[in-house]
Design a protein around this ligand. Structure first.
Ligand code: COA
Length: 161
């Protein structure tokens, strides 16, 4: 059976932890759509166009992965894209409460859409995009947490700022 999964997030910026989840998902589902939320609540460092572009570059090797930006309800976006699974990464117990609430809300909004959780490899369990940005802003080395191209963009952003 062909199953399309949608993997939503802010991806500001995409990290090696996100990529690890995408890699696992690409082997499980016929099609994986990475959906980049405009998410004005978080005042992102990279605008949605840049976040989409970075994701496109780092997922270039996966034939069944595509990237979109979205600014509507996730369940509506999933429907438009023909996805029957919402994919989320679970890193630590602290993620659980929020993820449980999100999955519950999405189920109320769209009962047929299932949320599936994947866990990243151990070395990525503690990565978060905000920490990466803080480390990069303070001149630290983020090379083991993000793809090279993301590291270059972070350096460029903070050198200019
Ligand atoms: N590796 C590394 N970091 C990871 C990760 C992984 N595998 N999985 C999650 N993270 C980090 C992210 O980097 C992010 O870190 P930050 O908060 O420091 O930036 C954090 O975990 C959570 O971010 P993310 O997974 O991107 O989720 P989010 O909370 O930013 O996104 C949406 C939430 C976009 C899915 C949600 O707001 C949404 O669906 N919005 C659309 C509108 C909508 O439908 N709203 C109603 C929902 S009921």
């Amino acid at each position: 059976m062909e199953i399309t999964a949608i993997y939503p997030g802010t991806f500001d910026p995409v990290t090696s932890g996100h990529l690890d989840i995408i890699d696992r998902a690409a082997r499980l589902y016929s099609k994986v759509i990475v959906a980049v939320a405009v998410n004005s609540n978080k005042s992102p460092l990279f605008d949605v166009t840049q976040r989409v572009k970075l994701l496109e570059e780092v997922t270039d090797i996966f034939e069944n992965v595509s990237i979109i930006g979205f600014d509507n309800l996730l369940v509506d976006c999933a429907k438009q894209q023909g996805a029957s699974v919402i994919l989320r990464g679970l890193r630590a117990i602290s993620d659980f409460e929020y993820e449980f609430q999100l999955a519950g809300m999405n189920r109320r909004l769209s009962p047929g859409l299932e949320t599936v959780f994947l866990t990243p490899a151990e070395q990525y369990e503690f990565i978060s995009s905000s920490m990466i940005k803080e480390i990069a802003r303070l001149g630290g080395d983020v090379s083991s947490f993000v793809p090279k191209i993301v590291q270059e963009h972070l350096i460029e952003k903070f050198n200019r700022g």
